[in-house]
Structure formats: C-alpha cells, structure tokens
Design a protein around this ligand. Structure first.
Ligand code: ZN
Length: 92
C-alpha cells in the first residue's frame, strides 16, 4: 500500500508585500542627508493663499496652494509640490 502523499505544503502564490505605492520615488529631490518627502524626517509645510487662510478661519478646509518639505535634521527645505492631486493629500 503505497501512499503517494503529495504534501501540498502551503504553496500559495507568494503574495509579495507590495505595500509601496507604484509612484516612482527616484524622481523626488532629496536633502543632502538623503531624506526625501516620503520619509519621516520630512515635515510638510502648507502654504495657503490669503483667501484660503480666511476660509480656514471660517472653519473650512482649504486645499493648500503649495506644500514644501523641510528636513527636520538639517532644518532645510529640500522639496516642494504644487500639483493639485498631491496637495489634496495634504489637505487637513
Ligand atoms: Zn537633511
């Protein structure tokens, strides 16, 4: 009695952890210390228009006109973004 037990040892299709966004991070400028906007050392600073500031005072959530990224280690602005799609991600 031969039991050809083809043990299916959990051969699931290796779901590679593709948690990273497909956007090309290589295109982003980096600080002198190597920090880019996706890193924890980058502090986004939002800039609003005068009307946007008023809107915020009235309790609204204006979309910033520009976001700059400052390195907390070097205290230096190394990147900025004015793309509307990106700015919407930084809307408070
Ligand atoms: Zn830096």
């Amino acid at each position: 009695m031969v039991t050809t037990e083809s043990n299916p040892s959990s051969s699931s299709p290796a779901d590679s952890a593709s948690a990273l966004s497909p956007s090309s991070a290589d295109d982003w400028p980096t600080c002198a210390c190597g920090t880019n906007r996706t890193m924890r050392e980058a502090t986004p600073e939002r800039e609003y228009t005068f009307m946007g500031t008023l809107y915020a005072l009235w309790g609204g959530t204006p979309v910033p006109t520009r976001v700059t990224f400052r390195c907390v280690r070097c205290d230096r602005v190394f990147d900025s973004e004015s793309d509307s799609a990106t700015l919407r991600n930084f809307t408070l």
